[in-house]
Design a protein around this ligand. Structure first.
Ligand code: SAH
Length: 288
């Protein structure tokens, strides 16, 4: 069935892949490929729509990344591995120079636990403790591409995890707000940001279902854990003309990566981009 594996399939935070239901058609094929451990990505479902109105393709050229007036930490360590990772992302179809430049700049190994260091530049999710994972680089690039905020955009991330996705967003805008529900992960990400100089990223430990009303509305929202349905608070906190990218679906079903657009009149449109596998978005059960 033509699974010529070059790397991992687009998956956010793959776990329990044996539970992927094999359906029919393309989704079925993807399911089978997941069960087999990966295959080339399908040609059509990852076609990427144009950017948010008001954002631009060329606001950051590869070299302009040094001109920003907010901290974008850099490392010369493991450059070769990072370049190979970027080539693989480009092979999968995210070819935008600014996205690839950002992926080439952010040192993923800063966000990967000690035991996983040898695999820091593999194009796959890795465990970060507490049953959670750092997302696959391809999916980070793909989701960032769907939003691609300009330098004025305010972006909310739900699911800080390792902090890597937030660091990639920080390449485009200093206005990154990120929420993590698992306290030790939230603290660890906060320490990493401080250690490496990501001083403009704002972190919060709490329940992402509520969004971050104090900083709303947001031009873009990125959710890196999967709820069963799109949380209303996040829709409410999205600006008109804003975009949200969010995996939707239960743990035992095929999740869809959904691109939500809020029109000027406040109406919402949704588009399924591709099947994905993310960890669940858990509700906060602490008594109020
Ligand atoms: N963006 C992360 C990926 C983290 S995996 C990275 O780049 O590493 C998803 C994260 O979502 C996990 O850390 C999980 O604890 C968190 N999460 C799950 N439910 C949540 C909720 N209700 N609110 C905030 N974070 C949540």
């Amino acid at each position: 069935m033509g699974c010529t594996r070059k790397g991992a399939l687009p998956m956010g935070t793959a776990q329990h892949i044996e539970r992927v239901t094999v359906g029919s058609g393309l989704v079925g094929m993807l399911g089978v490929c997941l069960l087999l451990g990966g295959c080339d990505r399908p040609k059509s479902p990852t076609d990427i729509p144009s950017r948010i109105p008001g954002t631009s393709a060329d606001h950051v050229s590869p070299d302009a990344s040094y001109d920003a007036d907010w901290p974008r930490p850099r490392s010369q360590d493991r450059l070769g591995e990072r370049r190979r990772m970027v080539e693989q992302i480009a092979d999968y179809g995210v070819g935008d120079a600014d996205i690839l430049a950002a992926m080439g700049e952010v040192p993923r190994h800063w966000f990967v636990n000690e035991g996983e260091q040898p695999f820091a530049y593999d194009d796959r999710p890795l465990p970060i403790g507490h049953g959670q994972t750092i997302s696959q680089p391809f999916i980070v690039a793909y989701m960032t591409r769907l939003l691609e905020p300009d330098a004025d955009a305010k972006v909310l991330e739900i699911g800080t995890g390792s902090g890597y996705q937030a660091a990639v967003l920080n390449e485009f805008t200093p206005h990154v707000f990120t929420i993590e529900i698992v306290e030790p992960l939230g603290r660890q990400a906060r320490e990493r940001f401080a250690e490496h100089g990501y001083s403009s990223i704002q972190t919060h430990i709490g329940d992402g279902y509520k969004g971050w009303p104090e900083h709303a509305p947001f031009d873009a929202i990125i959710v890196t854990c999967a709820p069963d349905a799109i949380p209303q608070a996040l829709i409410d906190q999205l600006k008109p003309t804003g975009r949200m990218v969010i995996p939707v679906g239960g743990v035992f079903s095929i999740q869809q990566l959904v691109l939500v657009t809020k029109e000027r009149d406040g109406s919402i449109s949704q588009r399924s981009m591709m099947p994905v596998r993310f960890v669940p978005m858990v509700p906060d059960n602490t008594p109020q």
